[in-house]
Design a protein around this ligand. Sequence first.
Ligand code: SF4
Ligand code: SF4
Length: 206
Amino acid sequence: MALVGKGVLQGMGLTLRTFLETYPWGRGLLRVLGRSIKDGLVTVQYPDVKQQHHERFRYFPFLVYDGAPENLRCVSCKICEQECPPQCIHIVGPAKDEQGRPLKANGRTYPVKFDIDVSICMSCRICVDVCPFDAIEMDNQYELSGMDRFDAMNFTKEKLLKSNEYFQQIKPTEAGEVDQRLAAKAAKASPKPAGAPPQNPAAPTP
Ligand code: SF4
Ligand code: SF4
């Protein structure tokens, strides 16, 4: 018979253990009980000392570009703007020429304006999850204080743009998965060379 509330008890146990790990006497007690000791909760002398954040730590979103800032992945589809719960994304676009035809950079349409009001953003990551183009990701930069109360909190396209190399640097696991996904998509979309035999996934492998 499953123990009712087992998860709650496990959570309380973890909280108690973290509490004990935080103090020297608690660590001593855990040692006496033969328990392994991790880090506990510690206060560091910020800003002189900065904690290493987990790779999945997230703060505000940024827009990813490949190679050069004009090669942004965002095609201005506005799905993220529609899905953002507090409605803090504002997009103007896609960019068009005088005849109203969409302009393209690196084969893709792009937004004229892409602003995020980070004073409203709640770091929920929904914009990342709904983006079909892996064009927006969560940054881990949290030292963002500014002297201007309004402009400093409105992140424009220019401020939001960061390279894929930056993404790989701050979140190597996630960026690697995205790279693989995009490479698979590109391989699927690329035209097959003339005379290439048709692929048959059901064919037995030698
Ligand atoms: S970030 Fe993604 S979802 Fe948002 S407009 Fe650009 S392509 Fe569309
Ligand atoms: S993280 Fe959430 S609140 Fe912030 S811009 Fe994305 S969808 Fe909106």
